[in-house]
Design a protein around this ligand. Structure first.
Ligand code: G
Ligand code: G
Ligand code: MN
Ligand code: NA
Length: 255
């Protein structure tokens, strides 16, 4: 049967879960935020990756229900971590969700029901949001502006992979740039790539945006990014995405 039908069933059957990947402050190594990442664990089968089921969910519109479920689950998990040590939560949002009239209402309900304050939530959007939302792009922008007025933060995910990136920086109400891992220099000899990330970081700083480097896999990469002024890092060098129960122990050990 089609993956979408299986996914719809999986969502109702409780086969989906949310894992969390730490985001560390490069100055201190402290975990300051966690990114929620959807996982599908069909019983008795290998996990199905989000790179397979998220596109299917987007095409079918199921992403609206799935995204709401992830948001509610992640807020509920993160609320006690936030109370314990100030860790904030970041959640991926797809263009289809932002074209939904009820998006602002759903986000507010997830916060109220979990007790997570709006300032502890970041929504990760991709640069293409205004294009992909098509004739709903005014609606998408309105949701983002309303939620930001509530205190919610907005991050641009995968920065550096899209097109017209600079135009989006002008239009979108954003707080954070997440630099795509394809821009990560291999090491200190990777001069061109290093120049490129440095330019992105300088740009972000001049716009008062927080920078997060994605895909840090080695200590050398973490040090390089820190040296060129990047605020935060995320990647296998620090931690892989992990279940909620492990994350609680991880943050307790690194704060
Ligand atoms: O977790 P992993 O690196 O395998 O994720 C692969 C892709 O799936 C990433 O681009 C990530 O942003 C996306 N993804 C993971 N969870 C969610 C989710 O809950 N909602 C949306 N829209 N995308 C997600
Ligand atoms: O598109 P987005 O940035 O949301 O995707 C996050 C994805 O990146 C997750 O699926 C996560 O598993 C993956 N990821 C996180 N850290 C690393 C890393 O250090 N290296 C690689 N190759 N992938 C990573
Ligand atoms: Mn992301
Ligand atoms: Na990314």
């Amino acid at each position: 049967i089609r993956i979408v039908e299986r996914l719809r069933h999986a969502l109702n059957a409780g086969e989906l879960t949310v894992h969390f990947q730490p985001i560390v402050e490069l100055d201190t190594g402290t975990t300051v935020a966690v990114e929620a990442l959807a996982r599908w664990l069909p019983p008795g089968e290998p996990p199905i990756g989000p790179d397979r089921f998220i596109p299917a969910a987007e095409d079918s519109g199921l992403i609206i229900a799935l995204g709401e479920w992830v948001l509610r689950r992640a807020c509920a998990d993160a609320a006690p971590w936030h109370r314990a040590n100030g860790v904030t939560l970041t959640v991926n949002v797809s263009p289809r969700q932002l074209a939904d009239d009820e998006f602002t209402t759903k986000v507010r309900a997830a916060l109220t029901d979990s007790g997570l304050p709006p300032t502890a939530l970041t929504l990760e959007i991709t640069e293409g949001i205004l294009v992909s939302a098509g004739h709903h792009s005014a609606q998408a922008l309105a949701h983002l502006q309303t939620l930001r007025a509530d205190g919610i933060r907005i991050a641009v995910d995968d920065f550096g992979t899209g097109y017209s990136s600079l135009a989006y920086l002008r239009v979108l109400p954003i707080d954070t740039l997440k630099i795509d891992r394809s821009l990560m220099p291999a090491d200190e000899h990777d001069i061109r790539q290093l120049a490129l990330v440095r330019a992105v970081i300088d740009l972000a700083r001049s716009l008062d945006l927080t920078t997060v480097a994605e895909g840090i896999e080695t200590a050398v990469q973490g040090e390089l990014l820190h040296r060129i002024g990047c605020d935060r890092g995320q990647g296998y060098h620090y931690a892989r995405p992990m279940p909620a129960a492990e994350l609680a122990a991880f943050t307790a050990s690194t704060v």
